[in-house]
Design a protein around this ligand. Structure first.
Ligand code: NAD
Length: 354
């Protein structure tokens, strides 16, 4: 298993360090791992003058999976747009052809009070949102602004999906549903938009290959409402880039704790980029305060989705559950009566639980 490790900037360095300790436990138990570190974002700009330099590209292309911390920092905010750390993120996603974004919204019952929703609505929540990442209105042509025949200025974008693009993301959705609760909800706006009506038609066709999965369809406005009304009705949701962008952020906030949320972006061969959903948190960087659990849970996703190693993925998740059950909390998820730990102490606790 060849893993490119990109700590990035800010707390990225601290949280990736703890995730690597988890991988070391697996290695000492016999897992064959090859790790290679490279800079991304601001760190890469400092060293090579570019946020996704050739050195990093080579290592990422040769790897089976990439583990990323986070990028960005105020010292880079005045740089030219093309040199900003965040351009490194777009660069790597495009370079590796990562078209499927997996964003789990999982709320460990121990953290039910962290959500702004009632604990009984969200306790035990476990949704997977699959967002198509490289198509839709974000990339469709033509796009732009113009002055029309009446001399009025207007702006336009094109919502477009090809059949192969829909098929490949539908397969990801069904594949995940097969590994989970065997329920897939495809979100569209088929009553208004031809493009998403086509989406629905193709998803229904792909469903014939997955008779064990219960497929349902939901309009995006209803899905947004159902996610806060009764989120536990969902298992896997699959949707396009625009709807997925909005719904995945909505779903992540159901859990109320950004330091707990992992994510994966996959290519056609399940090569993946794994990273926490949060950023580089410059306000707490270098203080050993960050919550490393989102990054540690990203490693669990890597083992499951790229390396097909369900046992190792579950082992990490069980260890996280165990430390939460024992009352271990970093500052971001702290409640009175619990034990407040630093970033490295949380790493110690997970390693010990494993
Ligand atoms: P952020 O996610 O970095 O921080 C938002 C808030 O959440 C902060 O108060 C931070 O302290 C807290 N937080 C985030 N992660 C935490 C963790 N693991 N443990 C404890 N607290 C945590 O978002 P921001 O402040 O809007 O952005 C900061 C920088 O990160 C910017 O440069 C931004 O561009 C970048 N960013 C990068 C990514 C990425 O690398 N994927 C994503 C979002 C933002």
């Amino acid at each position: 298993m060849k893993i490119a490790v990109l700590p990035g900037d800010g707390i990225g360095v601290e949280i990736v360090k703890q995730a690597l300790r988890v991988l070391e436990v697996l290695r000492s138990d016999g897992l064959k791992l090859e790790l290679e570190q490279a800079p991304l974002g601001g760190a890469a700009y400092d060293q090579y003058g570019a946020p996704y330099p050739e050195f990093t590209q080579k290592i990422c292309r040769a790897a089976d999976a990439v583990l990323l911390g986070a990028v960005g920092g105020p010292q880079y905010d005045t740089l030219d747009f093309q040199l900003r750390p965040e351009r490194g993120l777009l660069g790597i996603r495009k370079d590796l052809g990562l078209f499927a974004n997996l964003r789990p919204a999982v709320l460990f019952p121990e953290l039910a009070n962290a959500s702004t929703l009632k604990p009984e609505v969200v306790a035990g929540l476990d949704i997977m949102i699959v967002r198509e990442l490289t198509g839709d209105i974000y990339f469709g042509q033509p796009r732009g602004t113009r002055t029309n025949d009446q001399g009025v200025r207007e702006a336009f974008n094109t919502m477009i999906y090809s059949e192969p693009e829909i098929r490949r993301i539908a397969h990801v959705g069904f594949g995940l549903a097969m590994k989970r609760g065997r329920k897939l909800c495809s979100v569209d706006k088929a009553n208004v938009l031809e493009c998403t009506g086509f989406w629905k038609e193709i998803v229904i066709d792909v469903a014939k290959e997955y008779p064990q999965v219960a497929l349902s369809h939901m309009y995006v406005d209803n899905a947004a409402m159902q996610l806060v009304r009764n989120p536990k009705q969902f298992d896997v949701i699959v949707t396009g880039n625009l709807f997925g962008d909005i719904l995945s952020d909505e779903a992540s906030m159901l859990t109320g704790s950004i330091g707990m949320l992992a994510s994966a972006s996959l290519d056609a061969n399940n090569k993946g980029l794994y990273e926490p959903a949060h950023g580089s948190a410059p306000d707490i960087a270098g203080k050993n305060l960050a919550n490393p659990l989102a990054t540690i849970l990203s490693v669990a996703m890597m083992l499951r989705y790229t390396f097909n190693n369900e046992a190792a993925g579950s082992r990490i998740e069980a260890a996280v559950k165990k430390v939460l059950g024992a009352g271990c909390r970093t500052a971001d998820i702290f409640e009175p009566g619990m034990q407040k730990l630093s970033c490295s102490e949380m790493g110690d606790a997970v390693v010990k639980a494993m």
